[in-house]
Design a protein around this ligand. Structure first.
Ligand code: SF4
Length: 361
């Protein structure tokens, strides 16, 4: 697991500070800190004439990483890792759903860091693809839209993948979405069942399914790109083929449909025994759903499925979707010839209660 925090010596600030670390910089910008001394694990940077000291192992590359230091905190957050394709900024921990499989259960309070996150994104390497997640980012829709609009002007090379529960788009957003630039954003939005009762039960919110359909029509009108996301669970197992038919008839305009395995953390861990469906021993309804979707020209991908859990016929759909910082393999993977292609497991996956039908291929 890659640590997304980095130890920092006390720094006299009263507000969050976003800094880009540079090994060398002939013309440092106002947010740049330039390395002046490396002494074992201690790295000293010059930041606007002040000494900023971090502690990291010697081989950890930090050049062009963007960190955020919070007042009084002993560690900084690595917001942008310059050599990673898996940078995600947390917009808020608030949410208006309580999904059975949620990996990041909501909190009541919102810490507003929009201006810091905007600075961080603006300092990202050229052509970065940045994730924005929550909680539900659209609970703070206008601040989010303002940030995206500002970044679309400052950094038109950036693209974003935004996770949303799809409960907050309204007709008036169409113009704003187009102004931000629909080609630069992929909206990752979940749907768990083809019927309102089933979907609403899984997200624990009455009316969520109908509201979701309203949001899809707004996004469709705007020309926005949608990645539909469905976590496979015992609760929606029998309904997967019907959901595939629903996607094919009602939502054929989506960019892709991601069928996902459950993450063993947050509510997903709390509900693991009642929700995890071992698709390594029974793939049938996923296969049926894939076949229906493909027949209706909906592009399908499999996320978070270890490659050997997927029948050979469908393995080309399995993506290495788990972010590098929270990814691992199991000891039995050591002799597997597909290890390089396989997305492996979440760091917090527990094999004792997980897939029973895995093995080197
Ligand atoms: S044995 Fe491990 S590396 Fe090989 S496909 Fe299975 S999970 Fe992936």
């Amino acid at each position: 697991m890659i640590d997304l925090r980095i130890k920092v010596d006390p720094f006299p600030i009263v507000a969050p500070l976003v800094v880009r670390l540079r090994d060398q910089a002939s013309d440092p910008g106002p947010s740049d800190a330039t390395l002046i001394e490396l002494d074992g694990s201690r790295r000293e940077y010059d930041f606007q004439g002040f000494s900023l000291a971090l502690h990291a192992t010697g081989d950890l590359k930090l050049d062009n990483d963007v960190i955020m230091i919070l007042p009084g905190q002993p560690s900084a957050r690595r917001l942008i890792r310059a050599d990673s394709q898996h940078n995600t900024l947390l917009i808020t921990e608030q949410c208006d759903q309580l999904c059975l499989m949620c990996s990041q259960p909501p909190k009541k309070h919102h810490v507003d860091l929009f201006s810091e996150l905007e600075i961080a994104a603006s300092l990202a390497p050229p052509n970065s693809y940045i994730g924005l997640s929550g909680g539900e980012p659209l609970l703070h829709k206008w601040k989010l839209f303002d940030m995206l609009l500002s970044l679309s002007k400052k950094r038109p090379d950036l693209a974003f993948h935004i996770l949303s529960n799809g409960q907050h788009f309204v007709e008036e957003d169409v113009e704003k979405l187009r102004e931000i630039g629909v080609e630069r954003i992929l909206w990752g939005i979940p749907v768990y069942a083809a019927t309102a009762d089933d979907h609403d039960a899984m997200v624990k919110k009455a009316g969520a399914f109908d509201r979701l359909l309203e949001s899809f029509s707004v996004l469709f009108e705007a020309g926005a790109a949608i990645e539909l996301r469905t976590v496979v669970m015992q609760q929606n197992w029998n309904g997967l083929p019907a959901l595939a038919a629903f996607v094919g008839t009602t939502l054929p305009f989506v960019e892709r449909w991601a069928i996902m395995q459950l993450e063993n953390i947050g509510f997903g861990r709390m509900n693991w025994d009642a929700s995890f469906k071992d698709t390594s021993t029974d793939f049938e309804n996923v296969a049926r759903a894939i076949n229906i979707a493909i027949a209706r020209a909906v592009p399908v991908q499999l996320y978070n499925f270890p490659l050997c859990s997927v029948p050979a016929r469908y393995r080309h759909l399995a993506q290495a979707s788990i972010s590098d910082w929270k990814n691992k393999h199991e000891p039995f993977c050591a002799s597997c010839s597909s290890r390089q292609r396989c997305g492996g497991f979440f760091e917090w996956y527990r094999h004792k209660t997980g897939f029973r039908g895995l093995g080197p291929i």
